[in-house]
Design a protein around this ligand. Structure first.
Ligand code: GDP
Ligand code: MG
Length: 292
């Protein structure tokens, strides 16, 4: 018997959705940072075993939209609501439980819900007990599992629980691709992750990355990318004194990209200023924010 289905991961910003997707996949597909709103797209990953295929979707954290960029992010949350066989409601055990509950209720998901209590590492048994009794009374919670996505604890138990909700069927995707997104997308995301890790204040939220060159040459891949910001002053911050910061950004991104592609790369970064790109339909589309 083969099982195949769609599973979407929902939760507040920073609950650990991207960390969980990567932990289940055993591969870093979704970028992670301690800052909120790191994930801007729905990222679909194919978790294929001997007798199952789970199409996992990581989604942006649920927020009140303030810009068109946020609206696109929330549209991508909605699109993963619609085709899910199972919704994972990822709970951050260190965050307010009631606020998280309100988000899960507001989603009005038809699919059954699996409450996954994350970040059990270093947490008191008492706190876990409180969360279990709180969520097990909720109508959307068909089952619960407690895990640490970061420390990869209880992931086998989680996988077993997920499979209980997956219908019999044929695989949706053949071959050994891990995702339906192009390599270029992941390269851009790895650069964006370093922006989240290296820069403070509004910089990460005002930046987009567009990979516009990806050429395989002998023994090396040449990659060219634009970093888009909203203001001239932000461009200066991205570059840093004498270009110091952008060199560090380039070095750190290159390491991850080389590990991901299994090849040496030559990475060229340019910084461009596009005022108000987060509210501009044409720019949003150009940078890949379709809301799907
Ligand atoms: P997302 O916004 O829901 O995608 O959250 P991320 O996956 O980007 O994670 C947000 C932060 O929470 C990062 O700093 C992660 O390292 C951290 N995190 C995720 N899972 C765990 C966990 O199980 N335990 C702990 N202690 N931290 C975690
Ligand atoms: Mg994320």
């Amino acid at each position: 018997m083969f099982k195949a289905g769609f599973v979407s991961i929902f939760g507040r910003p920073n609950a650990g959705k991207s960390t969980l997707l990567n932990a289940l996949m055993g591969e870093k597909l979704a970028i992670v940072s301690p800052k909120v709103q790191t994930t801007r797209h729905r990222i679909k990953a194919f978790l294929t075993g001997e007798n199952y295929q789970i199409v996992l979707s990581d989604t942006p954290g649920i927020i009140e939209p303030k810009y068109k960029l946020h609206e696109r992010m929330m549209q991508s949350v909605k699109s993963s609501l619609e085709d899910a066989d199972l919704a994972i409601f990822l709970v951050d055990l260190r965050d307010d439980l009631e606020q998280q509950n309100q988000i899960f209720e507001s989603l009005k998901i038809k699919a059954p819900g699996l409450v996954v209590l994350n970040k059990i590492d270093g947490l008191s048994a008492q706190k876990l007990e409180t969360a279990i009794s709180f969520f097990s009374q909720k109508a959307y919670a068909k089952k619960w599992v407690a895990i640490s996505a970061l420390k990869r604890e209880n992931l086998d138990e989680l996988l077993m629980a997920i499979l209980e909700f997956i219908p019999e069927g044929h695989p949706f995707y053949e071959g050994d691709d891990l995702s339906d997104l192009p390599t270029k997308f992941f390269v851009g995301e790895m650069i964006r992750e370093k922006i989240y890790l290296l820069y403070e204040d509004e910089i990460p939220y005002h930046a987009a990355v567009l990979v516009n060159e990806f050429k395989e040459k002998t023994g090396l891949i040449k990659i060219g990318a634009d970093i888009i910001v909203q203001r001239e002053t932000q461009k200066g911050i991205i570059l840093g004194q004498g270009g110091k910061m952008i060199r560090q950004l380039g070095t750190e991104a290159r390491k991850d990209i080389e590990a991901f592609l299994g090849s040496k790369i030559f990475l060229e970064l340019f910084v461009k200023v596009r005022p108000h790109w987060r509210d501009n339909d044409i720019h949003l589309k150009e940078y890949g924010y379709h809301g799907a």
